[in-house]
Every structure is written in C-alpha cells, then in structure tokens.
Design a protein around this ligand. Sequence first.
Ligand SMILES: *[C@@H]1O[C@H](CO)[C@@H](O)[C@H](O)[C@H]1NC(C)=O
Ligand SMILES: *[C@@H]1O[C@H](CO)[C@@H](O)[C@H](O)[C@H]1NC(C)=O
Ligand SMILES: *[C@@H]1O[C@H](CO)[C@@H](O)[C@H](O)[C@H]1NC(C)=O
Length: 252
Amino acid sequence: MCNGIIETVSKAFRAHTSATKQSFLLLLVLAVVSTGQGSGCVRPYMVQNSWVNLTETNRGLFPVGTVLQYSCDPGYLPDGPSILTCTTLGRWSSEPPHCIRSGACLPLSKPENGGYTCHPSPCRMFSHGTVIEFFCDEGFILSGDYNYLTCQDGQWDGPMQMTCVSQGCVRPSLVQHGSTNLTDTNRSLFPVGTVLQYNCDPGYLPAGPSILTCTTLGRWSSQPPHCVRSDVYICLNTCIYFALIIWIEQTQ
Ligand SMILES: *[C@@H]1O[C@H](CO)[C@@H](O)[C@H](O)[C@H]1NC(C)=O
Ligand SMILES: *[C@@H]1O[C@H](CO)[C@@H](O)[C@H](O)[C@H]1NC(C)=O
Ligand SMILES: *[C@@H]1O[C@H](CO)[C@@H](O)[C@H](O)[C@H]1NC(C)=O
C-alpha cells in the first residue's frame, strides 16, 4: 500500500518534471522565435495587383524553408523573382516582386564602352513609361542623336542599338627615317576613321603596315611600321632565305 503511494507520487513527480521540461522547451522555442534569428521569416508585405499562396492569414512568422509564390493579376507582370524562400537567416530570399502593368519593352543590351541608367531606377523591368539614359565611358561619345529612349506600349521610341564611339586616337609615335601625312601638327586627338600613311625616307623601306586607321575603339589599326634601310631590308630577307636553305639541307 505504502509502495503504491510512493509509485503514484513518483509518477506524478515525473509527469510534473516532463511537463516542466515541455514548458521550458516551449519557452525556449518562443524565445528563439521572438528574437527572430534563424527561426523564421515575418509575413512579407502585401503587393498590389497580386496574390500570394499564403492561406494562413493569422500567422505572423513562417518557418525556415517556407516557399511562397506570388502571382500577378491578369494584365500585370512581376518585375523580379516571384518565388520567395524563407532562408536560415530569417529573411526571405528576395523582396516580393512588384506587379507592373504589362506593355513592357524588350530588354536593351548595354553599349560597349558605356552603359545606361533607368528612370525609375534601378533597371528591373522595362515597363511602359520607363526612360533609359545612355552614357559612355571616358574618351567615348554616343553616336547618333538619341541619349534617351522611352518605352511606349511595348516599343522603344528610337533605335535600340546604341554605340559609344571613341573620341579619337592619340597622335601616333614618330618613326625614325619616316614621316606621316598628318599635317595637323597641333592636334593631339584624331577622329575615328582618320587614315594616315607612313612614308619612309629614300633608301628606307617600311617593315609592317604603313597605312593605319583610327578605329572606333580609339586605337590605331596597327603599330606604326619601322623604316629599315633598304640594303639591310634586302639583306635581311636574303639572310632569312639562306638560313632557311641551310636549315633544310641540314635536316635532310
Ligand atoms: C506556394 O507555391 C509554391 C510553388 O508552387 C509551393 O512550392 C509552396 O509550397 C506553396 N506554399 C504554400 C505556403 O502553400
Ligand atoms: C598651333 O598652336 C600654336 C600655339 O598654341 C599656334 O600659335 C599656332 O598657330 C597653331 N598652328 C596651327 C596650324 O593651328
Ligand atoms: C594620308 O594618306 C592616306 C593614303 O593615301 C589617305 O587615305 C589619307 O586621307 C591621308 N590622310 C591625311 C590626314 O591626309
């Protein structure tokens, strides 16, 4: 009888301790949850003209790994990722997308040696009304008359291919025993498309291309030639010729 009482008491005690443990654990969980660190993500904000598959409307915090999908209403398109995951950092993998009226324009590629900025910024989606402003890197200028393009009902209002052309090539180096037909001695930059010709002094011959063009990259099409004394030049070619013959004879 006495044993029976002891058993009941100890059972009750054990039950009590496990209940304490449980409430302790619950408290711990609540504490972790309330600090919001690594425990879950807070309800993301509502997005106009969209629907998200969150059916539990009363919940404030969603566990790590929860996946949400945003869908835009008909006639609207998301401007960013529409699937969000709750990461271990307690943050959604991205901001919810905005749902923007469709009528978007095709994305534009950035010009070489330049780029563009969008208004409104940043460039996420080229929706109706988006204005794009082009710019070029230093030393380059936009070719053509347009600096801006506006998206109007799915169409850009100007040419989609913008190019940044170099403002010119710097004066090429002087060549010993030669000259160029660049008579404009005060100029330091020569516009893209400038053609120049090197001429070697009498008795000298050019080694390398003697006609250079200023390319859109702001560089001459090649290095200036060397002016080589014609007897050396002929000798060089002859020497190479004889060296080849000797080499061929030796290898046979
Ligand atoms: C929402 O939809 C996504 C993708 O279809 C699915 O993976 C996810 O489990 C859904 N989330 C909820 C809370 O129903
Ligand atoms: C070159 O520059 C000098 C000094 O700046 C000036 O006096 C001269 O007239 C210029 N020559 C030409 C051809 O423009
Ligand atoms: C130099 O000569 C080339 C080839 O004759 C010609 O095409 C070019 O226009 C000339 N350039 C200048 C600056 O006179």
